[in-house]
Design a protein around this ligand. Structure first.
Ligand SMILES: NC(=O)c1ccc[n+]([C@@H]2O[C@H](COP(=O)([O-])OP(=O)(O)OC[C@H]3O[C@@H](n4cnc5c(N)ncnc54)[C@H](O)[C@@H]3O)[C@@H](O)[C@H]2O)c1
Length: 502
């Protein structure tokens, strides 16, 4: 149990898409959840969502987490809502069903228990109107998947107390969420108003044959969707206004409000009062940063988002991956892989991005290992241990590594690695990588001992005859080279400090 979370037990009434998401978020944060849902697929749905959430949380953070809460399915609302601190209703979006559920809840729950609805847009005043204690009722509107997306819109009705809103905010903060209190009740609240505007405009664009659903989705995910994830609507336009910021942006684009750029032609009057309202709030929001700082933050955020998407080979990330592959193919075509002077093999060319640099202002040691691993992978491909070979069940595993750090490497520096084969007979392969910067200074060396393995038995095995032949050809050249300086400094050369012996 999270010692700071003053909440032990909650109830979830309705566990479809959203209810199951809430259950996952709460049990992952140590809270016990009792559940009521008469639907035939409820238990299976919860099980699947909990599995997804478990994988998600394991990948989201490496910080050890608190002990999970428990779940228990109950046969009635009566059984589910006894002795709980919070009751979350996530039943279908119909006022009559929701109000019926509340009247039953109120019969059986404690007087102090908070009651909340996940409704996407029904006003809380409407939902709470038949409650005996409406002060403890509010809307907590989440976003799918609830266990991952932090936003929850909190909306009180006419009779919701201030204490209820403040208690709700504190609960969501303690389970890793970002509550935003919507102070004026309005149909569909804020998020769904924005989403509805995009949804309605999208339907027109498809219906009028302007673009297909796939093209429209690409327009969102390759462009402004990426910006919205990190700076929202107003900060994005503040930066777009350049040094003059939001006032300039509004002066430039304000008059288009009257142009037929959307089907939503009911627009606020563009006047000095509107410009002042928006600009002064924008100044309050981000006036502490100048536009250059905001641009740099935006770029850095976008880079991290694009890299994250690249890992999943998805959307704009796939685009980046394809772009990198074409750059690499161009480089490979225009660079000989063999250094004629030293006869070693060029296995990597790279530049140091900003996130490789640590608090000392130089490349972090883990990144040297990344580079040497890439160089080894490239060498493996050259000798025939490529993706097809691995698919057939053979590969090399690294059994020992030794890295020597010899010169500092800073952001933006170009690095290249040359690889010398030290030995490559039988199951063993011994590689020595030399990393240089653009001034030809050796910045590091990496020595790897690898063993060929069968991926079926996960134990040592002979490589294919083709690999052995390629290794032998390379070895014939490389064995004529002098041994690199630093070779064997650690591998197979232990020098324990005798002075520590008892
Ligand atoms: N799906 C979304 O993206 C989303 C996002 C935010 C909020 N919401 C809101 O969350 C609520 C639930 O939506 P959902 O998408 O999870 O719907 P859903 O259809 O997936 O789930 C509704 C669940 O309620 C159960 N149910 C029906 N009557 C019940 C009753 N009397 N008592 C207990 N359980 C009952 C059903 O068996 C079902 O499992 C709605 O108010 C919706 O507007 C949905």
């Amino acid at each position: 149990m999270n010692s700071s979370l003053n909440l032990l037990n909650i109830a979830c009434i309705g566990c479809g898409v959203i209810g199951a998401g809430w259950i996952a978020r709460f049990i992952e944060n140590g809270v016990n959840v009792s559940i009521f849902d008469p639907g035939p697929k409820a238990e299976l749905n919860v099980k699947r969502t909990l599995e997804n959430a478990e994988t998600a949380y394991a990948n989201l953070t490496s910080i050890p987490r608190i002990k999970k809460g428990t779940i228990s399915f109950k046969k009635s609302i009566n059984e589910a809502v006894k002795n709980v601190d919070l009751i979350i209703e996530s039943v279908p979006e119909r006022v009559d069903i929701k109000q019926k559920v509340y009247s039953e809840i109120e019969q059986y729950c404690d007087k102090s228990t908070l009651i909340t609805s996940s409704t996407s847009g029904i006003m809380p005043s409407e939902l709470q109107k038949n409650l005996k204690s409406p002060d403890r009722f509010y809307v907590g509107h989440p976003f799918n998947p609830v266990y991952l997306l932090p936003l929850v819109e909190i909306v009180g009705g006419r009779n919701t107390s201030k204490a209820t809103i403040s208690r709700a905010k504190s609960i969501y903060k303690q389970i890793g969420m970002h509550p935003v209190h919507i102070k004026k009740e309005i149909d569909a609240f804020v998020a769904d108003r924005l989403l509805e505007a995009i949804w309605r405009e999208s339907l027109w664009l498809i219906k009028d044959g302007i673009c297909t659903t796939a093209e429209l989705d690409d327009i969102v995910r390759f462009g402004f969707g990426l910006r919205y994830a990190q700076m929202g609507v107003f900060d994005t336009y503040r930066v777009a206004g350049g040094d003059a910021g939001m006032r300039h942006f509004m002066a430039q684009f304000g008059p288009c409000l009257k142009w037929p750029w959307t089907k939503l032609m009911n627009v606020p009057e563009f006047n000095a009062e509107l410009v002042e309202l928006i600009s002064s709030q924008s100044d309050e929001q981000s006036g502490h940063l100048n536009i250059r700082e905001m641009e740099r933050l935006r770029d850095s955020n976008l880079i991290e988002i694009l890299k994250g998407l690249k890992k999943n080979n998805w959307g704009a990330g796939k685009n980046l991956r394809d772009y990198e592959a074409s750059l690499k193919a161009f480089n490979d075509k225009n660079t000989s892989t063999t250094n004629m002077e030293s006869n070693t093999i060029k296995t990597l060319k790279t530049r140091v991005p900003s996130d490789w640099v640590d608090y000392n202002g130089h490349m972090n040691e883990a990144r040297y290992l990344d580079c040497f691993c890439e160089a080894t992978d490239q060498f493996m491909k050259i000798i025939g241990c490529d993706a097809d070979y691995v698919k057939k069940g053979g590969s090399y595993f690294t059994v020992e590594t030794h890295i020597r750090h010899m010169a500092e490497t800073k952001i933006g520096e170009s690095l290249s690695i040359e690889t010398q084969l030290i030995s490559g007979t039988g199951k063993k392969m011994h590689l020595f990588h030399t990393m240089r910067n653009s001034s030809n200074v050796i910045t590091a060396t990496g020595e790897h001992m690898l063993i060929h393995v069968s991926l079926k038995t996960r134990s040592a095995s002979e490589p294919s005859s083709n690999i052995l032949k390629n290794l032998s050809t390379i070895f014939n050249r490389h064995s004529k080279l002098p041994w690199p300086k630093g070779l064997g400094n650690a591998i197979n050369n232990p020098k324990p400090d005798q002075s520590f012996k008892e």
